[in-house]
Design a protein around this ligand. Structure first.
Ligand SMILES: CC(C)(COP(=O)(O)OP(=O)(O)OC[C@H]1O[C@@H](n2cnc3c(N)ncnc32)[C@H](O)[C@@H]1OP(=O)(O)O)[C@@H](O)C(=O)NCCC(=O)NCCS
Length: 496
């Protein structure tokens, strides 16, 4: 999961990403002061990292960076300055390296051999032991919740922290086909306290023309007192080993930090629903040219939706939604291949069996046919140091028959339709008391983010594939990290 992201204007000059730039092609050898200035303007995150440095040093550093990496924002962050050799762990893993040529053709980066997979995990440092966290046991779900709620992802200024609820964890980690052994914990020997966690769930992915059985890795978390001790690589190797034991050799994961090497980068966007609350909690700034009243008016929404035929999605819609989404996702390069059962799990709140509602899904039915659907899920963030939470709705999967129009104006028609649907999604999210609606620049989101008054966040989400080489997939942003409506995004996987 990415780092928390806030609207960019709230950022006080700190970069979110970390990483490094590849050497070789695109290296910035003849860089002038004016060009440096221009590049930094295009990459506020990098500018933040370099704030306070003298201009000669900035020029020198940028000279060693790769142009593509600077422009996509990947080069931002403290870790930029280390070269590939410094990724001591990732350098040993089957992942693409910075500076390497793009693979041709696409394929695995390491040979797989089940007979070589170790049957027991590597030894942990004294005082700690491996555990398989049993998520069928509510007490153990509670322990994961406790660990994450105190130690999981925070924003760069430590103002907010994701607060994945127990219901959310049930939903996210017990998707159809879930493997108990892929919920990996580290406990303190003796007290049994859970101090680190990493998880995988099975997913079938299509990466361009190849279909892969993957694990989707998420919720990597280490207790704050155990940070910086190289435990993360041990956890990653352990979950890899457990996936390999099931003959799963590829994985997908996302992070706000730059690691070798993103196959795509999307940007976070935020649409205020309760601007005043977001302002009061420090999530949203008051722009210099505006007033509180103007901001509240800007984000006001009608009380009722306007799309004819819009209604809650029900079990009876499963086949139709599965068919529509499957066809819709064919238009993208990196997508999940869902079964009907998986659609039921992800869109109908796991059969509505949790205490708390996690996902909201709606269909549009016209003359007995489902023509569109959209969904969003709920994820709160704690405001650190206060008894307060921000209730965020995250745009999840959606699809529209309009995407298959044969008209010469097809793209414009899709844009109009998606804007209408997303406007209704905002109205519904507001009705359910969400404070903010978040979305990335993936799927066809570039067609409506600006029109629906989403503002750019300071966070990027980098997508990674383990043991699979493929060339970079557009994440819906251009070289300056601005929305790229023309090219759009090739990413169709929404990660929690
Ligand atoms: C992310 C986290 C587990 C890293 O732990 P840590 O104690 O800082 O790092 P360690 O000393 O154990 O390991 C460092 C190695 O892990 C890698 N690493 C750090 N964050 C990573 C991530 N999110 N995904 C994969 N690898 C990561 C580093 O790049 C480094 O490897 P390298 O030498 O090849 O560069 C820890 O900071 C944490 O729990 N943060 C809060 C939750 C979070 O951000 N989770 C990740 C969500 S994507």
């Amino acid at each position: 999961m990415s780092e928390e992201s806030k609207p960019e204007a709230s950022k006080k000059g700190k970069g979110k990403g970390k990483g490094k730039a590849g050497r070789g092609e695109g290296e910035m050898n003849n860089i002038s002061g004016a060009l440096v200035e221009q590049l930094l303007k295009a990459n506020p995150s990098l500018a933040g990292e370099m704030q306070g440095m003298d201009s000669r040093k900035v020029e020198e550093m940028m000279r060693g960076m790769n142009l593509q990496d600077i422009l996509t924002g990947m080069a931002a962050g403290g870790k930029n300055q280390k070269d590939m050799a410094s990724y001591k762990f990732w350098n040993t893993q089957p992942v693409p390296k910075f500076g390497e040529d793009e693979p041709s053709p696409d394929g695995p980066l390491r040979e797989n051999d089940l007979s070589k997979v170790k049957t027991v995990g590597a030894e942990l440092i004294e005082g700690f032991e491996w555990d398989t966290v049993d998520l069928a046991d509510d007490q153990q779900v509670r322990e994961v919740y406790e660990l994450l709620s105190h130690h999981y992802v925070e924003d760069s200024e430590a103002m907010f922290r994701f607060n994945y609820s127990a219901s959310f964890l049930h939903w996210a980690l017990k998707a159809p086909g879930w493997v108990k052994n892929w919920h990996v914990g580290v406990r303190v020997t003796g007290t049994r306290k859970l101090v680190a966690f990493i998880s995988g769930i099975p997913v079938t992915l299509r990466v361009r023309e190849n279909t892969l059985r993957c694990s989707e890795i998420n919720f990597l978390c280490i207790h704050k007192k155990l940070r910086g001790k190289r435990l993360a690589p041990v956890l990653i190797k352990e979950v890899t080993r457990r996936c390999n034991l099931e003959s799963v050799w590829n994985a997908i994961y996302t992070a706000g930090v730059v690691l070798p090497k993103p196959i795509s980068t999307c940007r976070y966007f935020h649409r205020s629903l309760d601007w005043l609350k977001l302002y009061e909690t420090g999530f949203s700034p008051l722009p210099a040219s505006s007033t509180k009243a103007k901001q509240v008016t800007k984000y006001a929404l009608p009380a009722n939706t306007s799309t004819t035929g819009l209604r809650d999605m029900e079990v009876k819609d499963l086949d139709a939604v599965h068919d529509l989404l499957t066809r819709y996702l064919e238009r993208f390069e990196l997508v999940p291949k869902f079964t009907v059962e998986e659609i039921g799990h992800w869109l109908l709140n796991g059969g509505s069996k949790y205490e708390e509602r996690i996902v909201w899904s709606y269909v549009v039915e016209e003359e007995g046919k489902v023509t569109d659907f959209f969904s969003f899920y709920s994820l709160e963030s704690s405001v650190i140091g206060r008894e307060e939470t921000i209730r965020a709705a995250y745009l999840f999967y959606y699809a529209s028959e309009t995407a298959f129009s044969k008209s010469p104006n097809a793209k414009q028609e899709l844009k109009v339709r998606l804007n209408a649907l997303m406007h209704d999604a905002l109205i519904l999210a507001k009705k359910f008391n969400f404070d903010v609606f978040n979305a990335l620049t993936l799927l066809d989101n570039t067609l409506f983010l600006e029109a629906q008054k989403f503002g750019a966040g300071d966070g990027s989400l980098h997508y990674y594939l383990f043991n699979w080489g493929t060339s970079f997939i557009s994440g819906g942003i251009d070289d300056k990290k601005n929305i790229d409506q023309e090219r759009g995004s090739g990413v169709g996987v929404v990660m929690l």
